[in-house]
Design a protein around this ligand. Sequence first.
Ligand SMILES: [Zn+2]
Ligand SMILES: [Zn+2]
Length: 216
Amino acid sequence: MYDFHTHTLLSDGDLLPSELLRRMQVLGYTVVGITDHADAGNIDEILSALHKVEKSATSIGIRLLTGVELTHVPPVHIPKLARYAKEKGADIVVVHGETPVEPVMPGTNHAAVTCPFVDILAHPGLITREDASLAGKHNIALEITARGGHNRTNGHVVRVAESTGCILVVDSDAHHPGDLMSERDREIVASGAGISGELLKNLLTTEGNEFYQRFT
Ligand SMILES: [Zn+2]
Ligand SMILES: [Zn+2]
């Protein structure tokens, strides 16, 4: 199993990266993205801390993908900051999309899907077909999220992704140990969002997931 979107004490999560990784190992994860909330003020600290725990992840059999979630960054600054994250060695740049439960600035989804340094647009709310098409064109994954509130529009996200050819990922956006998902939880989140059949099976595994192929 994979999870490309989690939080630790480096932002507003409960756990040290090492404890999160150990708990995920026990649940059967082999690929974990730690993507703490970042803006221009803390991006260096997050990435340098994550790079220091990469070795301990490897030693317990987990591939740690170091990342950030650019959160409430004004859309005009997203391209520059996403590029900066990649220059600082981030494996994954997530953008905190226009969820229906927070006043994320309009234009955030659009800035994310037009930026070549963004990998995942998290909880993109009522994303437009036009922006979903751009995400497809730029190989940016749209996220199906387990997180309460953000998950209200999962069904919409699956529909527009399927009709525009976007890659999907299923993530926990975990902040607390109780947010981490079992295999069954992941199936419920994905199938509850309207995904079925072959896509469901491929989407949930590291081998079949189209997004993860870029790291192999
Ligand atoms: Zn958070
Ligand atoms: Zn998040």
